[in-house]
Design a protein. Structure first.
Length: 122
């Protein structure tokens, strides 16, 4: 369970560059959106993401975000409906998690699948 205080201190957000209209023809340029996390805590955090890719469920990590800094986790148009994030406080312990479970590992990773994470050594 995430406490209200912890949830407010780690701001997760999407950034986007909006569509632009060109002269009188009113043609729109497609929006470009990146997935970005901003760490508004006093400690460094490590972040992993998960989403449904073409090959199935995929999880990736770790991005380190120092206090007061922002990091782009996914640099491209956001075409998936959901992106799941898991963040760990590197200094004080604890995590920002939820009810969706995906595989991770201690070092940098890209993992396809969510079945039998423990049996696979993840």
């Amino acid at each position: 369970m995430i406490s209200g205080t912890l949830l407010r201190t780690l701001r997760l957000g999407l950034t986007s560059v909006g569509a632009t209209l060109t002269s009188l023809a009113c043609f729109a340029i497609p929006a470009k959106a990146d997935l970005r996390i901003c760490n508004e805590t006093a400690n460094s955090v490590s972040v992993a993401i998960g989403y449904r890719a073409d090959r199935g469920w995929m999880s990736e990590g770790w991005w380190q975000a120092p206090p007061g800094d922002c990091r782009v986790l996914y640099r491209d148009d956001l075409q998936r409906r959901f992106y799941y994030m898991f963040a760990v406080d590197d200094i004080g312990g604890g995590a920002w998690d939820g009810s969706v479970f995906m595989c991770t590992r201690d070092e940098t990773f890209t993992i396809f699948g969510v079945e039998d994470c423990t049996g696979a050594g993840l």
